[in-house]
Design a protein around this ligand. Sequence first.
Ligand code: OAD
Length: 239
Amino acid sequence: MAPPNVFILTGAGISAESGLSTFRDKDGLWSRYKIEDVASIEGYGRDPQRVLDFYNLRGGAHGDVQPNAGHIALARLEQHWKMRGAVVTVCTQNIDNLHERAGSRRVIHMHGELAKVRCHNCGNVTPRDGDLSINLACAACGQIGGMRPHVVWFGETPLGMDAVYEALAASKLFVSIGTSGSVYPAGGFVRAAREADVATMEINLEPSENADAFDARRYGKASEVLPVWVDEMIGSVGR
Ligand code: OAD
């Protein structure tokens, strides 16, 4: 019999040990920047270059980071499940590409991807090639000034939500990893899972805002907890 499909939600905590800042921890990005200035559609309307500069800086920080043992464990789970005819879907709020670089193949980037650029005018998406500025022109429609990171800002709709809810409903286990659970719709997945009779588990450094909503909880660093949990999962279905 195939093992149960697993739906995984990840947040900034899984990339923290790779050296990328989280948002709401003590030294997190939102202690240094105002969301409404650098990550909202209104902020982009007021001062697009300031928003682009924030993501150019993040692009620089993402340049030489590596996947950690947490990302690698999730890729291992997906590969093992695939051999057994089952599916592991990773839905990430992160805009880095560390899941893919660790080997995960079914990845949904609900908040977009920093490695891609989108034209705000025509919607054309291309790979990112260096820093963004308001002087760049879109290769598809020719408009100057609308080249922005392919990321979701506050005030915009997350990406791939049909695929997200479909994968969640087709799963038997929902695991939330390294996220404070404070941003919706991701923060509501645990309740959606419960309503669909999907078992739920939280893996985080500390209890998240909606910790009480989970059936099971494990606390510690993602790079330490995930390899152990994945070993247990693989052990439970046989190697
Ligand atoms: P947060 O910064 O809100 O939460 C990160 C969580 O990771 C916290 O609960 C930490 O306790 C936990 N954490 C930190 N280090 C960890 C480690 N080594 N192992 C395991 N857990 C660890 O980040 P997110 O929940 O990802 O959205 O934030 C959600 C969204 O808010 C982001 O995608 C971004 C942000 O505003 C947009 O920009 C649209």
